[in-house]
Write a protein that binds this ligand. Structure first.
Ligand SMILES: Nc1ncnc2c1ncn2[C@@H]1O[C@H](COP(=O)(O)O)[C@@H](O)[C@H]1OP(=O)(O)O
Ligand SMILES: [Mg+2]
Ligand SMILES: [Mg+2]
Ligand SMILES: [Mg+2]
Length: 311
């Protein structure tokens, strides 16, 4: 690997290829047919694909960046992986990009890498595979700065499966074509598997013209990036830092905003509580503050009060 590129560029470039490799593992497990489902909690499944994809990602990133803190959804992983799962080549196209000056001097101890090896696990087990993404988020000093969103089941025009989207604040995004959401409508994208009465009250407050219920934080942010929705609303705890770090960075690299339902950005330092207690509100091309204000204050207070520490 070219050691001349700034550290953040090398992390992003290797993360792009590790996310792709994880996508292959996710497809392989599905094809082999035994998902090895374990229930981690209510509506919280884990499969062999989550476990194996995480091992591949964390082993690959740890080998190249042994001093960087990496936090994965599936806990401590066995890093003894077969050579086939170990990704050593960075994405060369990404390395050709110029590093934004703001991140050029960031060092090992400034980074936390948040890994969601398979976002949308419930949907994966139910056959809604197009909702599945691999998320690798790169935080610098507390903030979500870079992200990779890989879709293992995206069908390219060539017929090839898989698409990898990246975003780095100050540089921009790659891997897809952004589109503005339709004018004269207000389309919300939201959960299909983790709703409750309070969340429904928040949704109702928007008087949306359409509500899309899909799985995964990564897939919902993709719907914003591709102009299929105007806002992503999730007014309940449940999402974690590995769900939002990469999507937040990609969305904000394109000029959008991802916060909690009070309009406050989450922190992504190594010791932060994993659960995003006060939900998610994300938008692109909207007045984000006005969207926050649409959610009744009593609903926002109730969500905040209900949230319990579940790290
Ligand atoms: N109550 C919850 N328990 C566990 N994970 C949750 C919960 N709510 C949300 N998530 C995580 O956030 C993602 C987005 O949520 P939703 O699809 O409901 O909007 C889910 O796919 C899941 O990530 P994962 O699939 O990686 O476990
Ligand atoms: Mg999970
Ligand atoms: Mg997730
Ligand atoms: Mg996951």
């Amino acid at each position: 690997m070219a050691t001349t590129s700034p550290l953040i560029m090398r992390i992003m470039a290797l993360s792009i290829n590790t996310a792709k490799r994880a996508g292959c593992i996710i497809r392989d497990v599905m094809q082999q047919g035994d998902l090895g489902i374990v229930d981690k909690g209510k509506n919280d499944p884990q499969t062999e694909a989550d476990r194996s994809a995480q091992r591949s990602i964390i082993a690959s990133l740890t080998k190249q960046f042994p001093r960087i803190k990496i936090i994965g959804e599936e806990g401590c992983s066995d890093l003894n992986v077969c050579a086939d799962w170990l990704v050593e080549e960075p994405d060369q196209d990404f390395l050709q990009q110029a590093c934004p000056s703001k991140w050029r001097d960031a060092e090992d101890e400034d980074f936390v890498i948040w890994v969601d090896p398979l976002d949308g696990t419930a949907e994966y087990t139910q056959g809604f595979v197009e909702h599945v993404t691999v998320l690798i988020g790169i935080a610098v000093k507390d903030s979500a700065v870079g992200g990779i969103i890989h879709q293992p089941y995206y069908k390219q025009p060539s017929g090839e499966l898989g698409r990898t989207i990246w975003g780095l604040k100050g540089l921009g995004t790659g891997g897809f074509t952004s589109k503005a959401a339709p004018e004269g409508q207000f389309i919300i994208t939201t959960t299909r598997s983790h709703s409750n009465a309070l969340h429904q009250q928040a949704l109702d407050a928007f008087s949306a013209t359409e509500i899309l219920k899909v799985g995964g934080a990564g897939f919902k942010v993709l719907q914003l990036l591709e102009g299929k929705a105007h806002a992503y609303v999730f007014a309940t705890p449940g999402c974690k830092k590995w769900d939002t770090c990469a999507p937040e960075a990609v969305l904000e690299a394109l000029g959008g905003t991802l916060t909690d339902i009070n309009g406050t950005h989450y922190s992504y330092h190594a010791d932060v509580e994993h659960v995003n207690r006060t939900g998610v509100l994300a938008s692109l091309g909207q007045n984000h503050t006005q969207l926050v204000e649409k959610i009744p204050a009593d609903v926002r207070q109730a969500v905040s009060a209900k949230a319990t520490k579940t790290n």
